[in-house]
Design a protein around this ligand. Structure first.
Ligand code: NAD
Length: 374
C-alpha cells in the first residue's frame, strides 16, 4: 500500500513557511507516495495551491492529520494535533525536544514515530538534510539586512562629491552557520567585518570570508563540532577582550548558541553603554534568551541611542527560500526510506536512529527522556 504523505498549513503564530513545496511534492509523488495537502498550506510562503500539481487536497488540518501515514511539519505539532494523528503515523519536522515536553509526551503516549530534524547527525552524508543549517543561514543573512535598516550609516565606503564616507564596522559573534552567512552578507555589502567564536576551528573559516578574527585567548571546543559551556573565569576573559570590539562596532550581529542550553550572555549592559549612539545589536539568539543582557525577544529596545533588536523566527521572514530549502532537506531525509511508495526505515542507519525522538511508546533520544523523568 503506498503511503500518504501530508503537509499542513502551519498554525504557530507568524509561521509563514510550509513543509512541502510544489517541487518536493512532485519528487515525493514520483516515489509512488500519495501527497495530501491542506488547502492554502503554502500560500503564506508564496506557493499558492495552483502550483501544486501532484497532490490531493484536504479542506482542514484535521483531515491531513487523520489520514496521513507521514506528516511533514515545520513547527512542532501541538498536543491537540498529535491527538488527531492516525495510529502508527510518522511525523518529521522541528520538534524542539528540549522545550516541548508536553508534545514529546503526547507523541510517546500515542506511540507515534517522530523524527526531529534538530537531531539529524551532522555528518557529511546528512548535510543535504540539515534543516538547522539551511534555516540558520537564512537567519544570518536576514540579520545583517535588519542591521542595515536600523543603522544611520552606509555599510560600504563611499567616495562621493561630498567627500569620503567611512565603511561601517560590523562585529559577528558566533561563527557557526548563521554567523558565517552573516559575515558573507556584511562583506558583500561592503562593511569592514570582524568575528569571534569560542571554537578555534572557526578562525580559518572567518578569515576565508575576508573578516578579521577577534582573538580573546579562550577556546571552548566541545564534542560533535558544537561549543561547550564556558567556565566563569573563561567567560570573564572573553568578555574583556570582546567588550573593546563591541564598543568599536557600528553593528553587532550575535548568533552564539550552545545546543539545549540558554544562549550565552556575551554582550553586557556595560558593553552596550560603551557603543556609539545609532549603533545596533541584532541578537539572533533572542529566542533562546539572547546573547545581550538587554535583548527582549520580538522587540527592539533603545538603550542610550543604541538599538537592540531581538528578532524571532527570522527564517519565516524569507518564507519562499526557507520553505524551498527546508522541503528539500525533508525530501533528502525521507527518500532513502521510500521504496515504491512504501515506507521502509532502516534502523541501522544512524541518520534515522539518531534523529528518532519517539517510537513504539518510547522516547528514543536519551537527553530528552532524562529531562522528562526529571
Ligand atoms: P550553533 O547554532 O549551535 O551555535 C552558533 C555558534 O555559536 C557556534 O559556532 C558556537 O561555537 C558559537 N558559540 C557558542 N558559545 C559561544 C560563546 N560563548 N562565544 C562565542 N561563540 C559561541 O552552531 P551551528 O551553526 O549549528 O554549528 C555548529 C557546528 O556544527 C559548526 O562547527 C558547524 O560547522 C558544524 N556543522 C556541521 C555540519 C555537517 O557536518 N553536516 C553541518 C552544519 C554545521
Amino acid at each position: 500500500m503506498p503511503v500518504t504523505i501530508g503537509a499542513l498549513r502551519e498554525i504557530a503564530p507568524n509561521e509563514t513557511r510550509v513543509s512541502l513545496t510544489p517541487e518536493v511534492a512532485d519528487k515525493l509523488a514520483q516515489t509512488g507516495a500519495r501527497m495530501l495537502l491542506e488547502q492554502g498550506a503554502g500560500s503564506r510562503a508564496n506557493f499558492p495551491d495552483i502550483l501544486y500539481k501532484k497532490v490531493d487536497w484536504a479542506p482542514s488540518g484535521s483531515d491531513v492529520l487523520g489520514t496521513s501515514d507521514i506528516v511533514l511539519t515545520v513547527q512542532p505539532l501541538s498536543v491537540e494535533q498529535i491527538q488527531q494523528l492516525k495510529p502508527g503515523a510518522v511525523v518529521v519536522g522541528f520538534m524542539q525536544p528540549h522545550a516541548r515536553k508536553a508534545e514529546v509526551k503526547a507523541l510517546r503516549d500515542r506511540r507515534i514515530t517522530s523524527f526531529s530534524v534538530e537531531l539529524i547527525p551532522r555528518i557529511s552524508r546528512a548535510q543535504s538534510m540539515d534543516a538547522l543549517s539551511s534555516q540558520a543561514a537564512i537567519a544570518g543573512y536576514k540579520a545583517v539586512l535588519i542591521a542595515g535598516m536600523h543603522l544611520p550609516k552606509f555599510f560600504p565606503m563611499l567616495t562621493t562629491a561630498a567627500g569620503t564616507i567611512r565603511p561601517s564596522q560590523v562585529l559577528i559573534i558566533g561563527a557557526g552557520v548563521a554567523g558565517l552567512q552573516a559575515i558573507a552578507t556584511a562583506r558583500r555589502l561592503g562593511a569592514v567585518v570582524e568575528a569571534y567564536d569560542v571554537r578555534s576551528a572557526t578562525r580559518e573559516q572567518v578569515k576565508s570570508l575576508g573578516a578579521k578574527f577577534v582573538e580573546t585567548g579562550v577556546s571552548a571546543d566541545g564534542t560533535g563540532g558544537y561549543a561547550r559551556e564556558l567556565t566563569a573565569e573563561e567567560k570573564a576573559k572573553q568578555q574583556e577582550a570582546l567588550d573593546a570590539r563591541i564598543a568599536a562596532a557600528d553593528a553587532v550581529v550575535s548568533t552564539a548558541a550552545v545546543p539545549g542550553r540558554p544562549a550565552p550572555k556575551i554582550i553586557s549592559r556595560a558593553a552596550v553603554e560603551r557603543m556609539r549612539p545609532g549603533s545596533v545589536v541584532i541578537d539572533i539568539a533572542a529566542e533562546q534568551g539572547g546573547n545581550c543582557e538587554l535583548t527582549r525577544a520580538g522587540e527592539t529596545v533603545n538603550h542610550n541611542g543604541v538599538s537592540i533588536v531581538g528578532p524571532v523566527n527570522l527564517p519565516a521572514s524569507l518564507a519562499y527560500n526557507a520553505s524551498e530549502m527546508y522541503a528539500r532537506n525533508l525530501l533528502n531525509f525521507l527518500k532513502p526510506a521510500l521504496d515504491k511508495g512504501e515506507l521502509k526505515i532502516d534502523w541501522n542507519d544512524e541518520v534515522f536512529a539518531q534523529s528518532c525522538l519517539t517510537h513504539d511508546g518510547v522516547v528514543k533520544h536519551e537527553p530528552t527522556a532524562k529531562s522528562l523523568e526529571g
